[in-house]
Ligand binder design. Structure first.
Ligand code: TXA
Ligand code: MG
Length: 318
């Protein structure tokens, strides 16, 4: 059920959960300081309680109320990339950030999103937690239709159109004097390097103790079985997810992600297509993964591996 941003503010203040648009994906939002409301999010999503939530803020004053220690270069990263798809893991002010928000970890994840509607709402409500607005394990929601599919037509959602990025924020953490990537996302390692002066290392995906507990879980998965191709098209006769410049002679149905040189656009479409496979009851699909492992293609490849439930052997860059 679409609600205005004013109605959303009232609902949030009353301890309700509302789906809000961001530039990355839709978020399932609740007031950070209302543990009862935060708990509803875990229940609604069917999310394990050891998987903490990102705090969203509208300005630097709100940041100073939840974190007090900032590693070197935090300020310059904020200046370049906020508002935008960059999340920091920072030492939490434990007295001010409820344990349920951070799964009792000593850190919080925080970002300032770019969509004008959520920024306006955040100005009135203060910090909001917002995981992606999908049932746990499913592809993230990038439109009102996706939110309604997972949470029902009566669920309150602010319509911000189709999310411009279409994939989640990049998550950074600071370790051994360097910034590192805990989750690939809408901001590429190379874009971060223009500010940091070095390309941040990417944390191995399947370690026993990932920095982000969410990296443990299967994600972004449609019901359809995805087969990832590495060596070029092998003549698969079912549905194909690929690129318009390529030919897939035996394919019955082809979904074009984007022109081959446009990973931004491929990410913008990815979750929409993954959900579309289920809407069309497609059971199997071959995915053309013959693209370079650089820039936002790294994010594309990582999300496809997760959607296919491939054993990544801890190495994201092959
Ligand atoms: O773009 C985004 O980041 C979207 C939009 C809605 O802002 N949000 C999002 O949230 O992707 P979610 O919950 O789907 O993914 C958050 C990830 C999870 O892997 C979680 O484990 C990690 O961030 N995370 C959150 N808080 C953390 C914390 N305190 N310490 C370590 N990891 C944390
Ligand atoms: Mg998520």
């Amino acid at each position: 059920m679409k609600v205005t941003h004013k109605e959303a503010i009232d609902l949030l203040r009353a301890g309700e959960v509302v789906a809000l648009p961001t530039e990355t994906v839709y978020g399932l939002a609740a007031c950070m300081n209302n543990p009862g409301a935060v708990e509803k999010i875990y229940r609604l999503k069917n999310r394990p309680t050891d998987n903490p939530l990102i705090v969203h803020i509208a300005n630097q004053e709100q940041l100073s109320t939840i974190a007090s220690q900032f590693p070197p270069h935090t300020d310059i990263l904020i200046k370049h990339f906020w508002p935008g798809p960059l999340t920091f893991l920072l030492g939490a002010d434990m007295d001010r950030v409820p344990g349920i928000v951070r799964a009792n970890l000593p850190n919080i994840a925080v970002r300032m999103p770019q969509h004008p509607l959520i920024l306006e709402i955040l100005q009135s409500t203060g910090p909001l937690v917002a995981p992606s607005a999908n049932l746990s394990g499913k592809p993230s929601a990038t439109s009102v239709q996706d939110v309604e599919e997972d949470f029902g037509l009566d669920f309150p959602v602010v319509d911000g159109g189709f999310c411009s990025k279409g994939v989640e924020s990049t998550i950074l953490y600071f370790q051994e004097n360097l910034w590192k990537i805990a989750r690939l996302g809408a901001l590429s390692p190379e874009q971060l390097a223009t500010v940091l002066g070095y390309v941040p290392e990417i944390q191995k995906a399947r370690t026993s103790q990932p920095i982000c507990p969410g990296q443990h879980y299967r994600h972004y998965a449609p019901r359809a079985k995805l087969y990832l191709g590495y060596e070029g098209y092998m003549g698969f006769s079912g549905a194909v997810l690929g690129f318009p410049e390529r030919e897939y002679p035996n394919a019955h149905q082809i979904f074009h992600l984007s022109p081959i040189n446009d990973p931004d656009l491929a990410l913008h479409h990815l979750y929409h297509y993954l959900r579309e496979l289920d809407r069309q009851n497609i059971e199997e699909i071959w995915v053309d993964c013959n693209f370079p492992r650089v820039g936002l293609f790294l994010t594309l490849h990582e999300r496809l591996q997760r959607a296919a439930n491939v054993d990544m052997k801890g190495d994201l860059t092959i």
